[in-house]
Design a protein around this ligand. Structure first.
Ligand code: UAG
Ligand code: ATP
Ligand code: API
Ligand code: MG
Length: 475
């Protein structure tokens, strides 16, 4: 592709240059690259413009006030957005059906469940999110929930080349505010819920909400559909925004009009849902436990229906859904007979939901092991502590990715809200303690890390897998 094809007002020799790629990191530039120089949280990308040009960048997307000499300056007051739009012209084609899901909790689950439902309907489907890029046969890690824009677009195009027609991606609030997932046509946008998280980055709940709303205000197509979980305290506000844009709306949940949840009956290994869809009442046997998993399944079902899925098929396929890695995953049963569950709850609301999911299945005591991540919202720590001691019978506070912080201080922040909790910093010992103390009718919940494979301490990642450790401790 020539630069002149991307920038139609360009002429002369500059327009004839061949574009060989896009980069937002100056260390990834090869001759012919277009460099996006953005002001970030840790660096100012504009400081690397000269080095980028020396390495062969032919054009720089940056603010109008940035200094660019020796390459074309593509100036815009929102350079991240323009960069995404240009890169999208270079990387296309994209899968025909693209959906996005946002919310504090449930994005990964909803994305994965949607992918499974699409696949059961015979589509070549993929998901992009915290678990990486997942197709029926492959999984590749990206490191972030919403990858950077170049990774995002190049992978979307790669999936399309592989024959993938249906893709759903997780739109994190960071990703939305940094325009990391722009440029592809999004025909369905879903909302799960909103509760406290990431206030270190967004400041207030209102700002956090606004960041998420970009998905509905700007990202989803004008003729697209919004699928909204109706039972969250923020749901009505989301619906209001959607109505302002006059896009199609499907609400799901107890207050849902597209899929109405009439009742939910926990069974030993799952739950029975009574649903009203298009006037008809049906019962579905879901092989997953917990109200929160039912919620995510209904949002996923809404997404599939919005992308043309047949209602009867969707209902039949729900009964065949597989568990999502690290979300209420049963890791092992202790020698005394107590099941041990691993869950990714890392917010107050998530922890509440995970404990609530297990409570109906617990005849004896519910034993919760959890921590909170370093370099993340500190205010959520005592809130999580308070929920754990209020809703479980034994609480053990441990470490979860302290990152650059002192792990003892993070635990102290949690303990401040968790009177009576045990404090065991070493996560393996904490899990061993819980398993040792579990009696036959008890349930152990290990929360916070889910599918994660490591413990991040001072920039180092030490191998750690909750499921594996639980199995070792129970052996
Ligand atoms: C706060 C945050 O979101 N940071 C992410 C963001 O950084 P940023 O845009 O602020 O960039 P920066 O590091 O300050 O650098 C500015 C610019 O200079 C460039 N640069 C920088 C250094 C250099 O030597 N050369 C160079 O060109 C950078 O590529 C960047 O374009 O963009 C970077 C490139 O895409 C990400 O690596 C980085 O993720 C950091 C590591 C991170 O921890 N992010 C977490 C908080 C995150 O994004 N989490 C969300 C939410 C998860 C959830 O749903 O709960 C996620 O989507 O994963
Ligand atoms: N619908 C929901 N309502 C409340 N809590 C939920 C819901 N879905 C998931 N959770 C809780 O949040 C945890 C994380 O779920 P999931 O990975 O699906 O969310 P996510 O939004 O992708 O998280 P992240 O922001 O880290 O990517 C689950 O393990 C569970 O404890
Ligand atoms: N997407 C979330 C994941 C948190 C997982 C938890 N194990 C932690 O490290 O805090 C975040 O980056 O804040
Ligand atoms: Mg996720």
């Amino acid at each position: 592709m020539r630069l002149g094809q991307l920038l139609t007002d360009l002429d002369g020799a500059a327009a004839e240059q061949t574009v060989t790629g896009f980069a937002i990191d100056h260390r990834k530039i090869a001759p012919g690259t277009i460099f996006g120089a953005f002001q970030g949280a840790a660096f100012n990308g504009e400081d690397f413009i000269d080095e980028a040009i020396a390495a062969g960048a032919i054009a720089i997307v940056a603010r109008p006030e940035a200094k660019v000499s020796g390459a074309v300056h593509i100036a815009d007051t929102v350079p991240r957005r323009l960069f995404a739009q240009l890169a999208a012209k270079y990387f296309r084609p994209f899968p025909q059906h693209i959906a996005a899901v946002t919310g504090t909790n449930g994005k990964t689950s909803t994305a994965e469940l949607t992918r499974q439902l699409w696949r059961m309907a015979g589509h070549h489907a993929a998901s992009i999110g915290t678990l990486g890029i997942t197709t029926a046969s492959d999984q590749a890690k990206t490191g972030l929930t919403t990858p950077d824009i170049v990774t995002f677009l190049s992978n979307m195009a790669g999936l399309s080349r592989e024959g993938v027609t249906h893709t759903i991606f997780e739109a994190s609030s960071h990703g939305l505010s940094q325009y990391r997932s722009e440029g592809v046509p999004v025909s369905v946008a879903a909302f799960t819920n909103l509760s406290r998280d990431h206030l270190d980055y967004h400041g207030t709940m209102e700002d956090y909400f606004e960041a998420k709303m970009r998905l509905f205000d700007e990202v989803v197509d004008e003729n697209g559909t919004a699928v909204i979980w109706a039972d969250d305290i923020w749901s009505d506000k989301v619906v209001e925004r959607v109505k302002k844009r006059e896009i199609r709306l499907i609400t799901v949940g107890e207050k849902g009009k597209g899929i109405q949840l009439l009742s939910r009956q926990p069974t030993q290994l799952g739950q029975t849902l009574e649903l009203r869809i298009q006037g008809d009442v049906t019962k579905v046997k879901l092989p997953l436990i917990g109200a929160y998993q039912a919620a995510n399944v209904l949002v996923a079902a809404g997404v599939v229906m919005a992308s043309g899925g047949d209602v009867e098929d969707v209902l039949a396929h729900m009964a065949r859904l597989q568990p999502v890695r690290g979300r209420l995953e049963r890791a092992v049963i202790t020698k005394s007979g107590a099941p041990v569950y691993v869950d990714y709850a890392h917010t107050p609301d998530g922890l509440k939901a995970a404990i609530a999911a297990l409570r109906p299945h617990t005849k004896g005591k519910l034993i919760t092991v959890f921590g909170a991540g370093g370099d993340r919202d500190k205010g959520k720590r005592p809130e999580m502590g308070a929920i754990a001691v209020a809703d479980s019978d034994i609480t053990i506070v441990t470490d979860d990715n302290p990152r650059s912080e002192d792990p003892g201080l993070i635990r102290a922040d949690i303990m401040a809200g968790a009177p009576g909790a045990h404090e065991i910093g070493d996560r393996r010992y904490a899990i061993a303690f819980a398993i040792e103390h579990a009696e036959p009718d008890d349930i152990v919940l290990i929360a916070g890390k889910g599918h994660e494979q490591g413990q991040i301490i001072m920039g180092r990642v030490l191998p750690f897998d909750d499921v594996e450790v639980a199995r070792e401790c129970a052996a």
